[in-house]
Write a protein that binds this ligand. Structure first.
Ligand code: ADP
Ligand code: MG
Ligand code: MG
Length: 520
């Protein structure tokens, strides 16, 4: 294939990276040999399943679809079949989830570390500065968060050449898709035949289906030779609901509400509704999903919104500058932070999940500052890709020479903010020329090259066959009250698959689809 190998310094060790050409991963099934008619049948069945089982998002072509539930629904983009993923790497991603949870908690308690690590960024990035101001105020009043709740998602790509599972980032705020991710695993695994008529239709199409054996793989399984038992069960939505409920229990005020902070327009609202529904169905408390009323804090720290006490604030907004169009939103965030309500995340957890902190934690001997167990430390370190501050002039030089080997990232969340390829070079050269402090807004990261597989991607009812790469997200929940750790566990996963020609592209942006994994 004529691979060019370039040695890259990474956290003290040399790692070799493949460049341009990628090896095509052996697909799960024979994509060329697969019967076109069978694919069309599977697409049809999967589309019906998605519509019947709430694997849906708001349709951007319908104006009110982000505001009014039930208006303008379209199936969420999904992969027709699960993506092959090595069992050993899956086990590793599950194993490190509680360690990362613990790490975030420890880092969140070191206010000085957070402030110092982000001090240069603060000068050039108004958004991060706003978050740091809230954090400073909490340090000034010596605010203690006794009950701490984290609902995280750590994302990985499996580097094809080194076979290393490398962390892309760890999301500590608004980790999305715990709801829809479970649905996709179910679609791939358990195709529920929900009524007799449908069963008859299915039966007449295929002839061999029974309700028990009715999974998309099961009932096409004979034809495509895949075993649905190799798709791990996915419980993220139930586990997240359970962690939220336990936080409410710890807060111990039976009449208090769980409040979900959402964006005024949210086409991914059904993902959130799945979680709220899991809470409402199983636990005896109320939810409030809009703050259109003024909030206030009582002298004892109690947060009241519209006169009702709030026990837990769960943020599905507040991670992007656009979530703070005026001072009023910043004041609201500060008010919630000052209160005694459990914040998911607290400002410290939020900052601990920034890319700058990720880069700081990847420095040699840094994890030792927060964790004691040597094995745990070494497991996490193995997941760290090369990460650099832009103060490192050697790496800037390398990145200008070979920008395709790097990703340049600002302190932002939600996709679509990074630079790749020539844009890395252009921006680095510009920053060098300007000689300002703006470089502190970014970090550089080793670009990871996962294996490419042919995949069927289904979007807006149309199935496209394309070459794709995948990113595995593993959810983690952490809850503690003072010294007592109540929850610390891995809770399900999210596979996202995107066409390999796209640098980034989230699910909402239109490049990636929701997927599940097939252990190989
Ligand atoms: P965000 O918080 O906006 O999701 P990410 O760091 O996850 O930021 O980057 C967004 C996307 O960019 C990822 O989902 C992945 O597809 C791609 N990406 C990020 N970092 C890398 C990397 N080091 N190598 C390859 N792709 C990357
Ligand atoms: Mg993120
Ligand atoms: Mg991401």
């Amino acid at each position: 294939l004529g691979l060019k190998i370039v040695p890259l310094k990474c956290c003290g060790k040399v790692r070799e990276m493949e460049t341009q050409e990628r090896i095509l991963q052996k697909p799960l099934i024979d994509f060329h040999g697969i019967d076109e008619e069978l694919v069309q049948k599977m697409v049809y069945d999967a589309l019906v399943w998605s519509s019947l089982h709430g694997l849906v998002v708001g349709d951007k072509s319908v104006q009110r679809s982000g505001k009014v539930p039930g208006v303008g629904l379209v199936h969420a983009p999904f992969a027709l079949l699960p993506m092959a993923f090595p069992e050993s790497h899956w086990n590793l991603a599950c194993e490190v989830a509680p360690i990362f949870n613990e790490l975030i908690d420890r880092v969140s308690l070191d206010g000085k570390f957070l402030q110092d690590a982000l001090s240069r960024t603060k000068k050039v990035d108004a958004f991060t500065s706003g978050l740091l101001d809230i954090h400073s105020k909490m340090l000034e009043i010596n605010k203690k968060e006794e009950i701490r709740l984290g609902l995280h998602r750590s994302d990985y790509m499996l580097d094809e050449q080194t076979k290393l599972l490398l962390q892309i980032e760890l999301n500590t705020i608004s980790a999305s898709f715990p709801g829809l991710g479970c649905r996709v695993s179910e679609l791939h695994r358990v195709y529920r035949v929900s009524c007799a008529t449908e069963f008859t239709v299915v039966k007449s199409n295929i002839g061999t289906c029974t309700p028990e054996a009715g999974s998309l793989l099961n009932y096409h399984g004979e034809h495509i030779g895949l075993d649905p038992r190799r798709i791990p069960g996915n419980t993220s939505v139930d586990k997240f609901a359970e962690a939220l409920a336990k936080a409410w229990t710890e807060y111990n005020r039976p009449r208090a509400l769980v409040m979900v902070v959402v964006q005024p327009e949210e086409r991914n609202m059904y993902d959130q509704h799945w979680l709220c529904a899991a809470l409402k169905d199983r636990y005896p408390f109320n939810m409030q999903s809009k703050i259109d009323k003024e909030g206030e804090i009582l002298p004892d720290g109690t947060l009241l919104v519209g006169g009702q006490e709030i026990s837990v604030v769960y943020f599905r907004a507040g991670y992007a500058p656009t979530d703070y169009p005026s001072e009023a939103e910043w004041r609201a965030r500060l008010l919630m932070e000052q209160s005694s309500a459990v914040k998911c995340p607290s400002i410290s957890y939020h900052l601990a999940g920034t890319k700058k902190i990720q880069q700081e934690l990847a420095k040699p001997n840094m994890l030792e500052r927060f964790l004691e167990n040597k094995e745990d430390i070494s497991k996490l370190q193995k997941c760290f890709a090369g990460l650099w501050s832009l103060e490192d002039s050697d790496i800037i030089k390398k990145a200008i020479e070979r920008p395709e080997l790097f990703v340049m990232k600002p302190q932002r969340e939600g996709g679509g903010n990074n630079f790749y390829g020539d844009d890395v070079r252009t921006n680095l050269v510009r920053l060098q020329k300007e000689g300002t402090q703006e470089d502190a807004a970014y970090i550089l990261m080793q670009r990871i090259f996962p294996a490419v597989s042919p995949t069927f991607l289904v979007r807006e009812g149309i199935c496209h066959k394309d070459h794709a790469i995948s990113e595995l997200g593993v959810y983690g929940a952490y809850l503690r009250n003072k010294e007592k750790v109540i929850v610390n566990e891995q809770c399900g996963y999210l596979m996202r698959t995107k066409v390999s020609s796209s640098n980034e592209g989230g699910v909402a942006a239109g490049f990636a689809v929701l997927d599940s994994i097939y252990l190989s």
